[in-house]
Design a protein around this ligand. Structure first.
Ligand code: PHE
Ligand code: ZN
Length: 884
């Protein structure tokens, strides 16, 4: 090896999609040996390297990523390298003049106990866990840590047998043994090539629950869920969800699990929700553990979705992965689409769609309308951790859904088969996915690709004209998308519009377009800035029911109240029935907010009240839907529709509306509350979940209309101690008051659940979200609560992010104290965990939409963060983008 100096490439400040270049070296196999020790774990890695002809430069050096590693030794083909033969920098290791194929051995030491970033190998509760997506593997060993390097992995875990009896990694255990000094080892081999971000290791004193799954082709898969001792009675639900997901993917996509073992391990310290490591998913405990007395129905549903999501990644993510991180939505958008479909198929399809759309609007529309807006495939990033966003995930799922809507379900399914057949065991691009859909359907996706490359939510408006004599209805649709950072001009999108024409009797009317007569829902494509669609043979003047089942992620405007009331009562599409009632409520409440700002009092709109009364009529037949229809649009939905957001007026009007409805229909709420009492059996079926949701909705209105009655019922509901779903809602309602019942109930709740971290998270979160007047002082006090720990992401989120995201009233307090709180907590958290801290910047993203006084205070908070000279690059990127 020639001893000439090798330049260390400077760390790239900004990564660009346009700069993609295939790796210089490929790795065929990697064999790892871990000597696990909390303070000093030794990692020995053997890489079988091969030059990649696709790279283009046959003399390129080997560049290995590495971060926070202590290098002990490095050897090529068994010959130790002296320090002159490589360059070691803060970001990795560079070795030049390597042969076209060779074996590289490295030996490093890392400090898992000191790893508060929770990226790489770390210790939680004394046990070892890994998190490697996106760039955590480089914190374990030197490696070309990029997803287009796919290798076959083995991992030998060596640890003290008494303290770490469970030793898990990807694939199958092939050998094990004991050593004289009390150490034991297990060797795992994963037969499937995978990128480094899918590597996982778990070691500790864990208990496990086992089951099995027989695949469609008759293979038996051993299933295991690993949790801490004492939690084993909270995993039944997760196991049911896992088996249901495995079956669903076989039935709907023909995808079978491909290993003999599938394990899930739960960890209490985790930066995200869960992670799809091959054959060894690692989950935040919050998304595994559930028992009726500790988890709400919403938790049960979320667990179901996330178990499904991570399982589905086995094909969309693991078998076919991403070429580079710009393609993140290739796996995430597609897998969210799949978990949404699973949710729709296994629960109530319309309700499930409503919840998904509320989530999209609440997070993604907000993101897309502000300084953090970016395309589903971002063209550049500084820290990839900052791009696990609602746009990449939720909008990405909508884009996949639109593809299916445009080409039809059969062609879509064929396209999925082609996608797997063509890209199996490779690192693919969004073009590969869309290309498979083109091959299956013949549809030309050229214009459609703008959904991946242009940010922003299109605004769609409509106008209709009916010619009675000609029996002709002309529908004109217009689209426009506002500029987003870096994209001043927007070209028109291809927007699939699923629509029906509703006649005066509320029934769907037939109409003919393009020679085809359809009476129900059809799909037309809006491809121009403005376009007219002419329907003939239309018997009467229709109301167009547009974007049924939310067929595109757009904002629609143009309905008047009479049309909305008619659609809410009659639309044949379940989603649009809800949507019409929701939009009606938004319009009425926005008007009430404007009146409030003029100093006028609140008067309850009859339609708003009658719609709630009509929902109560459905209480017995469809309790879950009734509960959903009883609700009012949230503060963030109203904020989203105001030119200048006025959080005080929004709160005042929402409170007044709840009070007025609660007063007007008090007796009915009380009656249904009485009829929906605990019926003895806990179940998570739609009827039981619906009953609890309805009961809680009634309790909230009872409280709003008659506080004394509400407090008494809430106290009794807590005392009955039926389910967390009922206890937590009752507690949250008490926490919104200043009654002495509040502190009594909080103290009792804390005492009852002390030691159950996930329930204590709820204890923090409901206080962080309280509308009570002393909330700011109380959250300050909570930061000094013995149970508050800034190093635990769940606890941090349950206080700081619950406050920033879900307490518009006090976060935006005119004093600026709410902004100051989040800024201070962000700076403290940034010292510990930069990926969690960076997230907090999102709560400032819409700062320019507030009045000048609040803008000044938010800008000052951001400037204070940016001025911190030891700020992490993650938080800096987010704060600077928001501040811009
Ligand atoms: N890939 C994970 C998922 O969506 C999310 C994740 C990203 C988890 C980064 C941890 C770290 O399923
Ligand atoms: Zn995912």
């Amino acid at each position: 090896m020639a001893e000439r100096p090798v330049a260390i490439p400077a760390p790239v400040a900004e990564h660009r999609l346009a700069d993609y270049r295939p790796p210089a070296f490929l790795v065929d196999t990697v064999d790892l040996i871990f000597d696990l020790d909390p303070k000093a774990t030794r990692v020995r890695a053997t890489l079988a390297l091969r030059r990649n002809p696709a790279h283009g430069d046959a003399a390129a050096p080997l560049v290995l990523d590495g971060e926070d590693l202590t290098l002990n030794a490095v050897a090529v083909d068994g010959v130790a390298l002296d320090a002159a033969a490589y360059r070691l920098g803060e970001h990795g290791l560079v070795i030049a003049d390597l042969p076209d194929a060779c074996t590289l051995d490295t030996d490093v030491t890392i400090d898992p106990a000191g790893n508060t970033q929770l990226s790489g190998l770390y210790v939680s509760g004394g046990d070892f866990f890994t998190q490697c997506e996106a760039e955590g593997f480089r914190r374990i060993t030197f490696f070309p840590d990029r997803p287009d390097v796919m290798a076959r992995f083995s991992a030998t875990l060596v640890a003290d047998e008494a303290r770490y009896p469970v030793l898990l990694s990807n694939g199958n255990p092939v050998d094990r043994g004991a050593m004289p000094d009390g150490q034991a080892w297990v060797k795992w081999v994963d037969p499937h090539p995978k990128p480094s971000y899918l590597f996982a290791l778990v070691a500790g004193m864990l208990v496990s629950v086992h089951d099995e799954f027989i695949t469609a082709s008759g293979r038996t898969v051993a299933l295991g869920i690993y949790v801490r001792q004492g939690d084993e009675d909270k995993v039944d639900h997760a196991m049911v969800c896992l088996k249901r997901s495995m079956r669903w993917d076989e039935e709907v996509f023909g995808l079978e699990y491909d290993l003999d073992i599938f394990n899930i391990a739960a960890v209490g310290d985790f930066n995200a929700g869960a992670m799809e490591n091959k054959g060894l998913n690692i989950f935040n405990t919050a998304l595994v553990l559930a028992r009726p007395d500790t988890a709400t129905d919403a938790d049960y549903l979320r667990i179901d979705r996330v178990i499904a999501h991570e399982y589905f990644h086995n094909w969309t993510g693991d078998r076919v992965t991403c070429r580079d991180w710009f393609q993140l939505s290739l796996k995430e958008g597609l897998t969210v689409f799949r978990d949404q479909e699973y949710g729709a198929d296994t629960t109530d399809a319309s309700l499930s769609r409503i919840e998904d759309v509320l989530r999209l609007r609440g997070f993604q529309f907000r993101e897309d309308g502000g300084p953090l807006a970016h395309p589903v495939r971002p063209p550049a990033y500084r820290k990839i951790d900052n791009f696990y966003t609602a746009t990449v995930y939720e909008k990405g799922a909508e884009v996949v859904r639109m593809i299916r809507t445009i080409i039809g379900a059969d062609a879509f399914r064929r396209g999925m088969d082609i996608y797997f057949a063509t890209n199996d065991n490779t690192a693919a691009t969004i073009e590969d996915f869309v290309g498979a859909m083109h091959e299956a359907s013949g549809y030309d996706f050229t214009q459609f690709m703008r959904w991946y490359d242009q940010a922003g939510t299109p605004a769609v408006s409509f106008a209709g004209a009916y010619d009675a004599e000609a029996r002709r209805y002309t529908l004109t649709l217009r689209q426009a998308t506002a500029p987003t950072p870096g994209q001043a001009e927007k070209a028109p999108f291809v927007i699939p519009v699923a629509l029906g024409l509703i006649g005066p009797d509320g029934q769907d009317l037939a109409g003919t377009i393009d020679g085809e007569t359809v009476a129900g829902t059809r799909v037309v494509l809006l491809t121009e800035a403005a376009q007219s669609f002419v329907f003939t043979d239309v018997a009467a003047a229709p109301v167009p029911s547009l974007f049924r089942n939310f067929s595109a992620p757009i904002r629609l405007s143009g309905y008047d109240r009479a049309q909305l009331a008619m659609m809410a009562a009659h639309d044949s599409d379940g989603f649009n029935r809800w949507e019409a009632g929701h939009e009606y409520a938004v319009q009425v409440l926005l008007e009430a907010i404007a009146a409030h700002q003029r100093g006028a009092g609140f008067t309850l709109d009859d339609g708003l009240r009658d719609a709630r009364a009509a929902a109560l009529d459905q209480a017995a037949a469809a309790p879950a839907l009734a509960a959903r229809l009883l609700g009012l649009p949230g503060a963030s939905t109203l904020a989203d529709r105001m030119a200048v957001v006025d959080p005080d007026a929004i709160h005042a009007v929402l409170t007044a509306a709840r009070r007025a409805i609660g007063g007007a229909l008090q007796a009915r709420f009380q009656a249904i509350y009485g009829q929906t009492a605990y019926d003895g059996a806990f179940a998570v079926d739609p009827a039981s979940v619906g009953r609890r949701a309805l009961r809680n909705a009634c309790l909230a209105y009872i409280m709003a209309g008659d506080e004394a009655a509400g407090i008494a019922l809430a106290q009794a509901q807590i005392a009955a101690d039926t389910t967390m779903t009922e206890s937590l809602t009752a507690l949250a309602l008490l926490v919104d008051t200043t009654s002495p019942a509040r502190d009594e109930a909080l103290a009792a709740f804390h005492a009852r659940f002390q030691g159950d971290a996930l329930v204590i998270d709820k204890f923090f979160a409901i206080q962080a979200m309280s509308s009570a007047p002393d909330t700011l002082a109380r959250i300050e006090a909570l930061t000094r609560h013995p149970d508050f720990d800034i190093r635990n992401p769940n606890r941090y989120r349950s206080l700081v992010l619950a406050f920033g995201y879900r307490n518009a009233l006090w976060f935006h307090d005119a004093s600026g104290a709410g902004y100051d709180f989040v800024a201070r907590m962000t700076l403290a958290a940034d010292q510990v965990n930069r990926s969690v801290a960076a997230r907090g910047m999102e709560v400032f993203a819409d700062w320019k939409r507030y009045d000048p006084a609040r803008q000044d205070k938010m800008r000052a908070a951001l400037d204070r963060i940016i001025a911190a000279n030891d700020l992490s690059p993650n938080t800096r990127e987010m704060a600077e983008r928001v501040r811009h």
